[in-house]
Write a protein that binds this ligand. Structure first.
Ligand code: ATP
Length: 331
């Protein structure tokens, strides 16, 4: 299956309704028709997004689809070419400085000073934010993120998980109302990722609104809502369950080891959007049940081993990335 080209499919229904009123104070973000170009490249195209206060929204999409640019536009780090609306109750184009002050931003590279200790990194950040009583705030943050015992350790000597924890500490030290996380768990182990997400949920329960860009399905499932961006357009928006349902994707699974040949045969069948092996299971997805059943019978696998299962978020995202236009969003 050729997945190299990435066309823009027609948008799926998004969660847009009367609640979009920019004055609605339940929303931390309520921005419409956001556009941004770099030279001739239209990187963010008419993106409209609303995020409730205290919600965690995940942005997914292929590399270069515009996730980071969208995050940066929303928090005032980049200027939009056009668009309107409010972020944290402020005009997102005119009040960028105020929005930035109330935003925490954690990048994939963690932006730490390796030659400073954990505590010195936090003190430095506190001074940048001109925080009053900064020593108290640093101590509270050290304790909250369980960094106190290591506070004298140089950041450059920390493992990936501890660096991530320190980066989260520096991004939240000033008690922001909005937290942006750009692929925050790339390269950290599963335990550190889990602890990180527990902390993010605690912060959200306390009212912090979180936007996170990620390539991980399990992280997407931990978000309250997801936005899928393809070629600069927001093509799907909702909870993971809603996105799976909206896609109308049908998936069959078989308990058998799939040889490369079987998978190849399945991939070439009419109506098959994706076919792949997961350990001892084969998985095929498409939009037309009859065509999928025909593909199964053409694949020389035991028909009785196949059963229809609920599509996963990963199945749906692979579907969004395929170039088989004839399969898209057919009723
Ligand atoms: N400052 C810039 N100047 C020119 N082009 C840029 C700039 N920032 C981003 N781009 C381009 O805009 C497009 C979208 O980039 P962006 O970083 O938003 O994508 P992304 O979805 O976050 O990608 P990834 O998953 O790889 O991080 C890419 O083609 C990128 O090269």
């Amino acid at each position: 299956m050729n997945t190299n080209s990435k066309p823009n499919p027609s948008p799926l229904p998004t969660k847009q309704n009367a609640e979009q009123n920019p004055e609605n104070t339940n929303y931390a973000i309520n921005v419409h028709n956001l556009n941004k170009s770099f030279g001739t490249k239209h990187v963010v195209q008419n993106v409209s997004i609303e995020v409730k206060k205290g919600h965690i929204t995940g942005f997914l999409g292929p590399n270069g689809s515009g996730k980071t640019t969208t995050l940066r536009l929303l928090c005032g780090l980049l200027t939009a070419d056009s668009g309107e609306g409010k972020v944290l109750g402020l005009n997102f184009r005119k009040d960028r400085e105020q929005i930035k002050r109330q935003t925490g931003y954690m990048t994939q590279k963690f932006s730490l000073y390796d030659d400073l200790s954990i505590e010195e990194n936090l003190v430095f950040m506190a001074r940048i934010h001109e925080l009053p009583n900064y020593k108290d705030k640093v101590n509270i943050t050290l304790n909250r993120l369980k960094l106190y015992d290591r506070r004298k350790q140089l950041a450059g000597t920390l493992s990936g998980g501890w660096k991530q924890r320190l980066a989260l500490a520096t991004a939240t030290l000033h008690n922001p109302k909005l937290l942006l996380l750009d692929e925050p768990t790339a390269g950290v182990d599963p335990k550190a990722r889990r602890d990180f997400w527990d902390e993010i949920h605690d912060l959200a329960t306390g009212g912090l609104t979180v936007l996170v860009s990620t390539h991980y399905m399990d992280e997407a499932e931990r978000c309250h809502d997801i936005g899928y961006i393809l070629n600069g357009s927001l093509i799907a928006r909702g909870s993971s369950e809603e996105i799976i349902k909206q896609s109308k994707l049908i998936t069959f699974e078989a308990e058998c080891e799939g040889s490369g040949e079987t998978i190849k045969t399945l991939q070439q069948q009419d109506g098959v959007i994706s076919a792949s092996a997961f350990g001892k299971r084969l998985h095929i997805s498409g939009l037309d049940r009859d065509k999928l059943l025909k593909a199964i019978s053409n694949s020389h696998t035991d028909k009785n081993r196949w059963s229809e299962v609920e599509s996963s978020l990963e199945d749906v995202f692979i579907y969004f990335m395929t170039d088989k236009k004839d399969h898209r969003y057919s009723e």
